[in-house]
Every structure is written in C-alpha cells, then in structure tokens.
Design a protein around this ligand. Structure first.
Ligand code: ADP
Length: 250
C-alpha cells in the first residue's frame, strides 16, 4: 500500500451514458484520516461513494481499497457503511435497534449488500460505543434522526471495520444531535483509530470537524486541510457566491 493509503483512486473517470460525472480523479486516503468529501449538488459525491463501495464500476482508472482492486476485494468486513436514513423496508417491517445492529454488514458483493448476523457481545459493545445501549428493544422507526444515525453507526461497528464510509449523516438531524454525532465520530477516529470518509454538502459544519477535505466538482478541485481551503477562497469559486463560513476549533 502506497504511504499507508487505505483508498487509492487513480485517474478515475465515470460517465452515466454520455454524461461525465467524475473526471480523472486522483485521490489517496490515508489510514487514520478523517476525510470530508464535499461539493455542490450534482458534483459527483454520490457517484464516488458508490464506486468506493463497489456498487458502480469505474469505466477508466482504478480504485484500490486496502491495496486490492475493488473487483477482487474479499475483505468487505473491513468497511462499514452508514447510510443516510432508515429505508422504506425498515419502515414497512418494523425492527428493533438490536435487530438492526445484529445485521452488521460483514460481507458484500459488488452489486448488493449482504448482511450477516453478528454475535450478541459485538452488538452490545457497538451499542455502548454509540451510547444507545438502553434503546436495544425500541423500534428503529420510533427514534429521532440523530438516534437512528447512532444505531446505523453501531451496525457498521459491529463487524469491526477499519474504514467507515458515511453518507450525508446529518440530514434530518437537529443541531444538538449533530454536534454530539461529530463528537462520536472524533472519538471513533482518535480512540478507535478508525479511518472515516464522510460525504456531505454541509460544508460549513464538516469543515470544522474533519482533518482533510476533498472537494469535488466533477473533477477533484481541492484536497488538503480545511484551513487552507478557506484561506484560498475555494468556496466562492465553487459555489459562485459568498457562503457564510465559520471554522471552529482551528
Ligand atoms: P452529488 O452526489 O454530488 O449530488 P451525483 O454523484 O449524484 O452528485 O451526480 C453526479 C452527476 O451524475 C449529476 O450530473 C447527476 O445528474 C448524474 N447522475 C447521477 N446518478 C445518475 C444516474 N443514475 N443516471 C444518470 N445520471 C446520473
């Protein structure tokens, strides 16, 4: 693995029919990093995330996860995926928090997610890490958006991943829960040494929280520290307007 890079993206391009969604992306994500992938709507964030999860196949270039080509990867348990919100399936067939976490994702093929059961000890431990141990028997649909997010993180943690990929995690989550959520992510990154990749359009929040920003606008416009990103006024260039921006804790 090059310089301890968990994810190596080399000259990656992806088109939907004739529409180029990602253009010649080169991006290495190092072990232990906390990366925020940002960009305006339609900039290719979801497409990149789907490629990293093996759900879309790049037409040119390559993506290596843990030093292996995605198409040959057999260690999907090392990757935890945290979706945006409860799916319609979970609404139609109500499941408890414990049941959701018990379906820790430990296997995945390129085109669909396979859920394997994980043992009770791992479930309890994961729920404890996210502070949801007292909600084990509650229905997932009866929790707030912030609590549901924690349960999804617990599900991802149950298979003891090394890398967590999170999709727009603060959608539908109130401000207080949001700040607790980022505290939890920081702890996972610092204490548990998890590498985090977080896709979001919520720039002013995540720029305060992450170590590294990768900014997409079909091509990779920026990759570096949040501080440098702001200094160079990329926001204005990207979004074409002044955006309220406060960087906390830097
Ligand atoms: P983002 O997540 O940053 O909003 P996306 O990755 O969803 O961006 O989209 C990137 C581009 O690809 C957009 O122009 C979008 O319209 C297009 N696109 C996304 N999904 C599809 C699809 N399934 N079929 C055709 N075009 C798509």
């Amino acid at each position: 693995m090059k310089d301890g890079a968990l994810i190596q993206i080399n000259d990656l391009s992806f088109s939907y029919n004739q529409n180029l969604a990602l253009e010649r992306i080169n991006l290495n994500i190092k072990r232990g990093d906390f990366v925020g992938i940002i960009g305006p709507n339609g900039s290719g964030k979801t497409t990149l995330l789907k490629i990293m999860l093996g759900l879309l196949k790049p037409q040119s270039g390559s993506v290596l996860l843990f030093g292996q080509k995605i198409s040959e990867l057999n260690e999907w348990h090392k990757i935890g995926y945290v979706p945006q919100k409860v799916t319609s399936l979970e609404v139609r067939f109500p499941v408890t928090v414990e049941e959701v976490v018990s379906m820790g994702r430990t296997g995945q093929s390129r085109f669909f997610f396979a859920f394997n059961r994980v043992d009770k000890g791992a479930i309890d431990e994961a729920l404890k890490v996210v502070g949801m141990e007292n909600y084990k028997h509650r229905l997932i649909t009866e929790l707030s958006g912030g609590q549901q997010q924690r349960v999804f993180i617990a599900r991802a943690l149950a298979s003891k991943p090394e890398l967590l990929i999170l999709d727009e995690p603060t959608v539908g989550v109130d401000l207080e829960a949001q700040s607790k959520f980022y505290e939890l992510l920081k702890e996972l990154n610092q204490t548990f040494r998890l590498t985090l990749v977080l896709v979001s359009h919520d720039i002013d929040v995540i720029a305060s929280e992450v170590k590294t920003l990768a900014c997409l606008n079909r091509s990779l416009v920026y990759h570096g520290t949040p501080k440098e990103f702001i200094k160079e006024d990329y926001l204005k260039r990207l979004y074409g307007k002044d955006v309220r921006f406060i960087l906390h804790g830097h």
